[in-house]
Design a protein. Sequence first.
Length: 546
Amino acid sequence: MIQILIHIAGAAALLIWAVRLVRTGVERGFAAPMRIWMRHSAKNRFLAAGTGMAAAVLLQSSTAVAVLVSNFVSKGGLATATGLAILLGADVGSAVVTQLLMVRQPVLIPLLLLIGVTIFLRGEGGNTRQIGRIMIGLALIFVSLDMIRAATEPMLSNPGTQAVMAYLGRDLLTAFVIGAIFAWGVHSSVAAVLLFVTLAGQSILPAPAAAAMILGANLGGGFIAYVLTYSAPLASRQMVMANLILRGGGAALAVLVVNAVPDLLTQLGTAPARQAINLHLAFNLALALAALPFVGPITALLSHVMTEKPNADVALSITSALDPALLDRPQRAIDCTARELLGMGQKIEQMLVAVEPLYDQWNAATANVIADQDKLIKQTHLDIKLYLARLAQKGMDEDLSRRSMELASISSSLDSASDAIARIMLDLARRLDTQRLQFSPQGREEIRDFADRVQSNVQLALNVMMNQNPAEARELVAAKEKVRKVEQKLQRSHIGRLREGLAESIETSNIHQETLRALKQINTAFSMVGHPILLKSGDLLKSRLA
């Protein structure tokens, strides 16, 4: 029995990891286009729901969509009601994923592995390699499901298993709670649903128990997103809480209906597995259709219940990671410098997020905060240079000396990024306001999309600073060339509008072009984070990527 449980646990672990592998491939390869595509869907709530559904299918996770949308809502790029519509669609997309992944085609596994591994190993571009990663992940999902089926076959005749599963079939509330806890524990409602459906298909779980556990997984999935966005701004938390209440409350109500009318499941299919998985799709689809017309009133009501907490009177002072006491221990001192650089990069990311909305509506308070942050960045840059200079006086080996120079170079690059925001973009946004100018709709959309792309690369750069991952560093440096090409394309598009004589484009021509150049400069500054890693791994030539 222990051997069987180990096999099941191993298969479930592979399933969880494979789902994450697919999501990682999509996020690394197509995050920027997905962000742009998602923001463009804000014009219509049903279009927003369709976008959320498609994004969840690609990411294999409604939670990943919730975190992504939370960023948009927190930055003011999406209204809370639109964000809720996207999440409702993502829940449907998550259910569609389970339908697709339960299709059993034996030839798919070797075919996906063969093509996926070939593309991943031989692919030239970062996106091509991510397609290979996605295909490998899909193949491993099918492998894990086959492993679960094979591992659970001996349990069919086990009296203990039959007794426990029969009890769950009678006590749907316990099954519901177990499903919610399991989905939360593995941080993937898709993986949880696939496991429950597979057990139902093996006749281990009775159909009512599988249905209750799947409905519980919906509650668990909504709770995952709530915890991950717990420290997000109020508008994001309102959106996620609304989705949790709708999804979790609807799931609890559906369990009561299934308990009261067990014959209802027979309307959803003949086999227990089909009944359970069809219930998952029917529930999320019905919830989306019922709630979409009321996303506005729902979020408005929640805004009265969830309010911003007052700030504490006493704020904690910010301390520097540059500890003078560690100058006699060079490795520790270098680590402290890296920590300080990471904090520097995070502050600049906040500045970039804050400056973009000023192009639409000037806010003097926000502008002052950005200017003050730039002064802090400059002071931090000076502190890092002086700290590393004092460290060099103590004497270091060749490797640490080289690392010290790399950190000093990155600090200089980040300082230039802060300059581009506080001295260029802030001034351009102020000029738009004082001269009462306005971009053409197409021009404003181009800047917004380009800023999204740069913000995505800034987040990647901060990840690389933490994990020093060569693959992500390569992706970061390769993104620099993509941004350069996109910037050139947008400049040509702007010139084309000037030729057409559009008044808005003519009036804002210099501001438009300088903003694009400033964003490219910020992207270039952050891409420098990946250069030392690639030099060490031999992936960077003198002029371009190997």
